[in-house]
Write a protein that binds this ligand. Structure first.
Ligand SMILES: *Cc1c(COP(=O)(O)O)cnc(C)c1O
Length: 402
């Protein structure tokens, strides 16, 4: 009977929604801490966290109370006016990032769009050209809108959509020479994820980021870090670049910034802020509205009070240890990689069947490409929950590969 309810919802959705996602055949209903429940009441340990969105799991009282309070006060104004939550959120984001200027968006892709526009405008003000290029990385992921897609290093995602709004060339991450080979008079910016997410949990090496910084300084072109997935503490520092102190000119954030309320931002240094976008160049109806900003403020309060980043540093080595143990046990696992609570296990085969088996047994995981299982749990995950995950995954691998 209950199974019928789930199936009815799925069947209806399949008739009405555009078929752009291959969804798991589960209808999620509610969440609490690091656990999710489907409409039949089945419980799942969540190591996907809405794709690296939930930093402190579901139903955090302080977060929910803050959002509800703002909902009853005012949800939206317009960017023709100021509002206190967004003024406060902007100031706090500057404090945690060390950047100087903030523009709020509704999503990650929209933050990337703005970052690209700011970089192109900076270059235009410098040399007056209108044919600038951007250098991005192979296997990068920056979002699905046209501008973000243009810098996404996956030809399969771009191919059907023809000419891209930005002329983009792709270098290889951690290969400085491949970047240098693409530099020319038209290069406006280099965009990179300090840890590639969708592309396979590949960290940029400190020396590579340092080389990019030096190239950009020498040529007066802009370095853009996409911190949408790897930022907000996930790799053990508030933003991944802060581990090395290699500061970008522009950076993007989203995902955990709103912990479920759709929000993002692109940030820049004062130099870029005063030499790029001006009134009339860019805008958004919802971006940084009071509800979204209240969510950001609550998120930042909880990061401080619950010591979220400290927990990442405390438990990440344990996750590494557990994943290394699985890699040692199963020859079908060829590598563990990633950083902090953003890790992956690389298999010699498609991981879909393993993920489905784990899901059957109450564990939600996500892949990154066909052969990698990605681990992006809530940042307040406990050692016990890492044990629980590892036990279910171990059984799933053993069953599927038997
Ligand atoms: C998820 C993601 C995006 C896109 O964010 P959306 O909110 O889905 O538009 C961009 N860059 C990176 C690195 C991401 O992980």
């Amino acid at each position: 009977m209950a199974q019928d309810k789930m199936k009815a919802i799925i069947d209806q959705a399949e008739q009405d929604l555009l078929h752009t996602y291959n969804r798991y055949q589960i209808v999620l209903d509610r969440g609490e801490g690091s656990y999710l429940y489907d409409v039949n009441g089945k419980k799942y340990l969540d190591f996907m966290a809405g794709i690296a969105v939930f930093a402190f799991g579901y139903k955090h009282k302080k977060f929910n109370d803050a959002v509800k309070a703002q909902l009853d006060k005012i949800v939206h104004t317009s960017n023709y006016f100021y509002n206190e939550p967004s003024a406060r959120a902007a100031h706090r984001i500057k404090e945690i990032s060390g950047m100087d200027r903030v523009f709020f968006t509704n999503s990650g892709a929209e933050a990337v769009e703005g970052a690209l526009k700011a970089a192109i405008k900076y270059a235009y003000l410098k040399d007056g050209r209108t044919d600038h290029q951007i250098i991005a990385m192979e296997h990068s992921f920056h979002g699905r809108t046209y501008g973000a897609l243009s810098v996404t290093g996956n030809a399969h995602y771009r191919e059907p959509f023809g000419a891209m709004p930005c002329e983009v060339q792709f270098a290889d991450i951690n290969d400085t020479d491949s970047v240098k080979a693409l530099l020319n008079d038209r290069t406006a910016a280099i965009i990179v994820e300090p840890v590639q997410g969708e592309g396979g949990l590949i960290p940029a090496e400190e020396s590579f980021l340092r080389d990019l910084r030096a190239i950009c300084d020498e040529k007066d072109i802009l370095l853009i870090f996409d911190e949408i997935q790897c930022g907000m503490g996930r790799t053990g520092s508030m933003f991944a670049w802060q581990k090395f102190g290699i500061k970008p000119d522009i950076m993007t954030t989203a995902k955990a910034l709103g912990c479920g309320i759709p929000v993002g931002a692109f940030l820049m240094t004062e130099k870029v802020g005063t030499h790029s976008l001006v009134a009339g160049d860019h805008g958004t109806t919802y971006g940084g509205n009071p509800l979204a900003a209240a969510a950001i403020n609550a998120v930042l309060d909880i990061y401080e009070e619950d010591h979220i980043v400290d927990n990442v540093n405390a438990v990440a080595p344990y996750l590494t240890e557990k994943l290394e143990a699985l890699a040692a046990k199963y020859s079908c696992i060829t590598e563990r990689r990633g950083r902090g609570l953003m890790q992956g296990l690389v298999f010699d085969r498609p991981v879909g069947p393993i993920i489905l088996e784990a899901m059957d047994n109450g564990l939600i995981l996500i892949n990154a490409g066909a052969q990698i299982i990605r681990f992006v749990p809530p940042l307040n995950i406990s050692r016990d929950q890492i044990d629980e995950m590892a036990a279910i995954l171990d059984a799933a691998i053993s069953k599927v590969t038997a």
